[in-house]
Design a protein around this ligand. Structure first.
Ligand code: PMP
Length: 409
């Protein structure tokens, strides 16, 4: 790749370089935020960790029962969710499933959710949240995500005036896809939203990256949403989620949620129609793997050693090759799995197509927006966790080349 910043090359030179790059026949993927195999290896000793001791607190984990999860794993849930242990429900391997069930049960069984309902969707956001709304016929109202979180002025105005709004999606820490962490004022205002909205309003607080700091010593602080909701008298609106998917093994972790006593009884009543209990054996494995909060923190520091160089590489390549803001702008997250690239208006689709032409797969433009509609055609989510550093290096050169070409005059 050129020593000169790509963003400074002439269109002609960029085109020549693009043709040269095509002949490399790259096959690189920056789409989904999957942990790399090396990250998964960190938790491999979970296999066999029980050494045939299946009993915990007088519970034979091999048997049926315990719909709200094994008592011993509630501590791990409370560390991730930042709630009292008594509020925690430990489930199967996916917090997304618990979010889906939460929305589904409200939609089916909450009298105030009947008729046409809508959700506020901080945008850009997580595409799978939006898919849940689409699947269940819930209208999505985008709310811009700004420096400290969702635009609260707008969110408050909307819920005050439109009582069909029954929920808001939040990824409060190292947000997917921007990496933004919500500031204290935003968290307090989100906790108060239930006081402004109509009956049955809920906040889906998806803290998927709660402990996923790049630097353990300097994590982004996040205000205590549970305590603020309690203080605001809105605890029945608060639904908090997290999982060990990006801590232990992504496909076989443990998911958690927390909510008020009333909502817990409602959720478990309906969950109980579809399950006799979760996989408590796997829950006990996780208790053994993470016996203390510091064991968890130490484990996350090992993840950071793998993911930090990748996140830094992405930002460094963008800094080196592109000139902000004429060739785009980008986030500098302190944790999580994603960097968001804001391409100049109207160029994201072109950049993604140019990258595909070089064999570099990017998340489709618009995927970070409700209904796939990014009116400004600007947002591109970069997910650097899965490729090797060498592959990422090459993919980012190719990406910067495509941005430079797409934005060339
Ligand atoms: N929430 C967010 C914000 C995520 O980024 C992801 C994973 N990409 C999930 C939820 C999925 O979590 P789980 O594996 O627990 O279903």
């Amino acid at each position: 790749m050129s020593q000169q910043p790509l963003g400074t090359l002439s269109t002609e030179n960029l085109q020549t370089l693009y043709t040269q790059y095509q002949s490399k026949q790259l096959a690189l993927d920056l789409t989904r935020g999957k942990p790399s195999a090396k990250q998964l290896n960190l938790a491999d000793r979970i296999d066999g960790i029980l050494e045939s001791s299946f009993v915990a607190s007088n519970t034979d984990t091999r048997n049926y029962g315990g719909l709200d999860g094994l008592a011993d794993i509630k501590a791990l849930g409370s560390w991730l969710l930042d709630t009292p242990e008594s509020a925690v429900i430990a489930g199967g391997n996916s917090s997304l499933t618990m979010m889906y069930q939460t929305v589904l049960f409200q939609k089916l069984f909450n009298p105030s959710w009947q008729g046409e309902i809508s959700f506020l969707c901080p945008t850009p956001g997580y595409d799978r949240h939006f898919s849940i709304c689409e699947e269940l016929g819930i209208k999505m109202i985008p709310v811009p995500l700004v420096a400290g979180g969702p635009d609260m002025e707008l969110a408050e105005e909307l819920v005050s005036n439109d009582k069909s709004i029954k929920g808001i999606w939040c990824v409060p820490k190292y947000q997917n896809p921007t990496g933004v962490t919500f500031d204290d004022e935003t968290v307090a205002r989100l906790a108060n939203l239930g006081n402004l909205a109509g009956d049955g309003f809920i906040v889906l607080w998806d803290n998927a990256y709660a402990v996923h700091h790049l630097d353990n010593k300097h994590p982004d602080p996040l205000a205590d949403f549970w305590a603020l909701s309690e203080a605001a008298g809105t605890l029945d609106s608060a639904f908090l989620f997290a999982s060990t998917s990006k801590i232990s093994h992504a496909g076989s972790g443990v998911a958690f949620m927390a909510c008020s006593d009333t909502q817990r009884a409602f959720f478990l009543k309906h969950l109980g129609m579809s399950s006799i209990g979760p996989d408590k054996v796997n829950q006990l494995r996780h208790v053994k793997l993470f016996p203390t909060k510091s064991a968890l923190a130490n484990h996350m520091a090992l993840h950071a050693e793998l993911i930090k160089p990748r996140m830094e590489l992405v930002v460094r390549k963008l800094d080196e090759h592109l000139k902000a803001p004429s060739q785009g702008e980008w986030t500098r997250p302190n944790g999580g799995y994603f960097v968001t690239f804001y391409a100049p208006q109207g160029t994201a689709t072109k950049i993604v197509a140019l990258a595909a032409g070089l064999g570099v797969k990017l998340t489709p433009a618009g995927a970070t927006h409700p209904y796939g509609n990014d009116d400004s055609d600007s947002v591109i989510r970069l997910a650097p966790s899965f490729p090797s550093v060498a592959e990422l290096d090459e993919a980012m050169d190719a990406f910067c080349l495509c941005v430079a070409l797409a934005t060339a005059q």
